[in-house]
Design a protein around this ligand. Structure first.
Ligand code: SAM
Length: 281
């Protein structure tokens, strides 16, 4: 099959399922990843034959897209804050709003100073690894309840040459943190079951529910625990950063204030939705 023939087949098969712009982006990424070809290469060489083994990969990827599997899982990789991360379905796909949370921390933090940092619910390790990479003097620890997530996050730390100390720990069963931290950060599960109707098939069917969902009747369970633990473990000028559920921004702010956090700052993400909080005691 030639590049032109594959392109026609790809768009014919997927056009009923995805918006045109998204398909263009999928096609470009697949060409770059599997064939090492830019959009211009593809455009200038329509009759170039695709080698059989590569074609098998491309056709398999196309079939997975037909079933709405996220492209990041198909490729087994993604980018986060300019770094490469290996991905598998045991971990959440890192989101752009989480990059904004990392950006907030980096802007607030002197890269030339030493800090103790803890990332709660590290998943792919995207937050912990980025902080370790961009704050080279910091000591970064990260925890998750999922052993599979920790295997992957440790691999991602190695891949990026970043030093992170990983721990398997259930935060909800943790009575106190053993160390003091200057920065505690978390993007915990926060999607209520009642919000499932808003969630796209590719998220609902493929991403780990352990990473996403909380019970409707106790949606802030992780924030309550994080506030309690951070209160006992933040250093005097320490800061807590969390990603939040946009529909529960006010309640989450109030929760931190009730736990005695004096400064609680809410921020919107790039889409203008209230999605992150910084709190200090
Ligand atoms: C929303 S994901 C965030 C992953 C990653 N930090 C990110 O921003 O892409 C939440 C993470 O919390 C972990 N988690 C869920 N319940 C937990 C618990 N009780 N204790 C510790 N981690 C938990 C999940 O395994 C998942 O990796």
């Amino acid at each position: 099959m030639t590049l032109k023939e594959f392109k026609e087949h790809f768009f014919k098969r997927l056009s009923p399922l995805y918006p045109a712009q998204e398909l263009e982006s999928f096609f470009r990424i697949l060409m770059e990843t599997y064939l090492g070809l830019s959009s211009i290469d593809v455009h200038l060489n329509p009759d170039k034959k695709i080698k059989l083994k590569k074609l098998d990969h491309l056709l398999a990827a196309l079939e997975r897209l037909v079933h709405f599997e996220p492209l990041q899982y198909i490729l087994g990789q993604t980018e986060f804050y300019g770094l490469h991360f290996t991905l598998n379905p045991n971990v959440l796909i890192p989101r752009p709003e989480t990059e904004e949370l990392v950006e907030w921390i980096l802007k607030d933090t002197d890269a030339g100073a030493h800090f103790n940092i803890l990332d709660i619910g590290t998943g792919s390790g995207c937050i912990a690894v980025s902080l370790a990479k961009y704050l080279p003097l910091a000591s970064v620890a990260a925890l998750d309840v999922s052993e599979d997530a920790l295997t992957l996050s440790a691999h991602n730390a190695e891949l990026n040459n970043a030093e992170v100390h990983f721990l398997q720990q259930n935060i909800l069963e943790t009575k106190a943190l053993q160390k003091s931290y200057d920065i505690i950060v978390s993007n915990p599960p926060y999607v209520r079951n009642l919000e499932k109707t808003e969630i796209e098939v590719n998220v609902l069917d493929y991403e780990p529910h352990l990473a996403l969902f909380v019970e409707d009747h106790d949606a802030l369970i992780f924030y309550r625990k994080i506030a309690e633990l951070a209160k006992g473990a933040l250093s005097p000028k320490g800061r807590l950063y969390v990603e939040i559920n946009q529909y529960l921004a006010e309640e989450t702010q109030v929760l931190f204030k009730e736990f005695g956090f004096n400064e609680v700052e809410l921020r919107n993400d790039f889409a203008g939705k209230p999605r992150m909080i910084k709190a200090s005691l």
